[in-house]
Design a protein around this ligand. Sequence first.
Ligand SMILES: O=C(O)c1cccc(C(=O)CC[C@H]2O[C@@H](n3cnc4c(=O)[nH]cnc43)[C@H](O)[C@@H]2O)c1
Length: 221
Amino acid sequence: MRILIVVATQPEVEPLMQALGMQKSDEADNLFMPRHTSVANCSVLVTGAGMVPTAFALGRHLPHNVYNLVINLGIGGSFDRNIQLGDVVEITKDTFAELGAEDDTRFINIEQLGLGASIFNPTSSLGHFTQKIALPKVSSITVNTVHGNEGTIAGVIDRVNPQLESMEGAAFFYACRELKVPCVQIRAVSNYVEKRNRDNWKIGLAVKNLNTFALELIRQL
Ligand SMILES: O=C(O)c1cccc(C(=O)CC[C@H]2O[C@@H](n3cnc4c(=O)[nH]cnc43)[C@H](O)[C@@H]2O)c1
């Protein structure tokens, strides 16, 4: 089974890359493969943070490579206080929350404008590949600007009511759908979406839990 892990930044999957003995591939600077192919049939594509780098990296890589499953791994912020910092979740719906137009104080989404779609789903699911490990299924939004203001946070909750946010998820789903590749998105919660306070972020915990889960998943597949 050929697996591609897609990640915004290398530190988010560094423990997994160490455990699988990954090294830079000859093919591209942002692609990593196990030094010994017997370890796992799994590559890592580091895209850079944000939706444009993610879509571009996937649009360049996927047409020339065949995978049975493409997994977006990353950390994210939670709007939902029932989700604990460090929890690992499966994203089953992701929305480009800023895609649209302002009409004074009213937001008109891209569907209402008749110019396209803002909501995307994974082309596969964890449950399709394994019954042995399951995660809570949550909805997310994808943003260019990480929320850190109480007014804009209240606004997006009122409009979209998301549980999580990231800077890549919906672009990942979009690219995989367009290129007809089975995909899932797994995130670990590093912070709550609130008035910005980096001291409250638990990036280390989120990265540890994300990588523990990902290694177990790769062993199951
Ligand atoms: O500073 C570090 O040590 C460090 C280690 C690993 C990753 C980072 C990042 O900055 C990752 C950026 C990545 O995180 C996602 N993210 C995390 N929280 C949020 C949020 O509240 N809203 C939106 N995105 C979030 C995002 O997908 C970034 O690409 C730092």
